[in-house]
Design a protein. Sequence first.
Length: 152
Amino acid sequence: MISIAEEFARLLHETARSWRHEFDHRLRPLGLSQAKGLALIHLARAGVLTQKDLATRLGIEGPTLVGLLDRLSADGWIERHEAAHDRRSKTVSLTEGAQPVLKEINRIAAELRTELLHDIRADALRSCNDILRQVQQRATALTHPGEDGNDT
């Protein structure tokens, strides 16, 4: 018999995986993957991000991000520039051409959220959000110095 904490961890992982899989499936007819879609969503929210910050938000490594950005750039949806604060760093931003596809991504994401959450009470969702926020903050606090190559 597994503990309630073990079941929570399993459900959290499997739910996130299933949600991402379905989002990916729904984006495919647009010629998108959930990785491309999420990158565009993060850029739309932030405006401009460094490649490093975008990789962190997406939970991927730099080399994986570069390939993703190459594909998004070839599609005409992003631009990369040298960062004003550090010439070794690159910033990423959306182009005007990304707006129509971003609108579709947001529509698909909202539709999926509605389907998955439609009959769950608002107070239950708020409680779940509070718990997930606490777990996320604790997990973030466990970041180990030195793993990113910086010991500072």
